[in-house]
Design a protein around this ligand. Structure first.
Ligand code: ADP
Ligand code: ADP
Length: 226
């Protein structure tokens, strides 16, 4: 059943217009949806509302049929990945990826196996003992991705995860992230202002403007529009 967003409004105190002005959106199980639109159109606000980081002024967010009103961020079963990798500087790569597994009390042997699997999947096999301070920007975001996926979230929310990186790397990572999400069967919403990134990563692209969702369609159908 996946994610259902119904008539969601996000309103900031003192703002003249709603940041999200009544959005309806469905994301099916296993689907990758990109939210595309210019800076300030409300993409992050919508994503944060889905995550439970922003209160709804109106509307509903449901997952697998259950209304998430009042369900705190860490109880939603969602993974989050933002622009700055938010890695723990004092933990090595393996222990960063293992973090969510430790808090979930996954046994050590299983943790180690899953960390290895995920580092493999993001192209960082053998990086377990590397201090995160020695990683490049792209490597850091790959570690952040592996860490977000480790607890097997039912939905992964990505907010401009690669926008601090240069274009070439961003394009490669967009391809990689799609492969990893498909290989793990992860449902995802990917916020970006970059057309190419949205079209590379997503099964469907939702185009936002001024707080509204103008259309949602597969990339090839968006290309054909006049
Ligand atoms: P996007 O992710 O598309 O760049 P945002 O969701 O960040 O858009 O912002 C949507 C609108 O809400 C913008 O006008 C922005 O200035 C405003 N906004 C975002 N966060 C806040 C906040 N914490 N307080 C007040 N206004 C905000
Ligand atoms: P200790 O085992 O004494 O707590 P460590 O620094 O070895 O100290 O590990 C701290 C925690 O992180 C432990 O729960 C450990 O199982 C986990 N951990 C460390 N490295 C890894 C790794 N590469 N993969 C998975 N879990 C790890």
């Amino acid at each position: 059943m996946g994610l259902e967003v119904r008539d969601v409004v996000v309103r900031y105190a003192g703002a003249t217009a709603d940041a999200v002005a009544g959005v309806d959106l469905d994301v099916a199980d296993g689907e990758i949806l990109a939210l595309l639109g210019p800076s300030g159109c409300g993409k992050s606000s919508l994503l944060r509302a889905v995550a439970g980081l922003e209160p709804l002024a109106r509307g509903q967010v449901r997952y697998d049929g259950a209304d998430l009103a009042g369900v705190p961020v860490h109880r939603r079963g969602f993974g989050l990945l933002f622009q700055e990798g938010q890695l723990f500087a004092h933990r090595d790569v393996g222990r960063n990826v293992a973090y969510g597994l430790e808090t979930a009390r996954v046994p050590r042997a299983e943790r180690t196996a899953r960390v290895r699997e995920l580092l493999d999947a993001v192209g960082l096999a053998g990086y377990e003992r590397r201090p995160v301070t020695t990683l490049s920007g792209g490597e850091r975001q790959r570690v952040a991705l592996a860490r977000a996926l480790a607890p097997r979230p039912r939905l992964l929310l990505l907010d401009e995860p690669f926008s601090a990186l240069d274009r070439g790397l961003r394009e490669r990572l967009a391809v990689e992230v799609r492969e990893v999400l498909k290989a793990t069967g992860t449902t995802a919403v990917f916020v970006t202002h970059d057309h190419d990134e949205a079209f590379t990563v997503a099964d469907r692209v939702g185009v936002m403007q001024a707080g509204r969702l103008l259309q949602v369609a597969p990339p090839e159908e968006l290309w054909r529009r006049p």
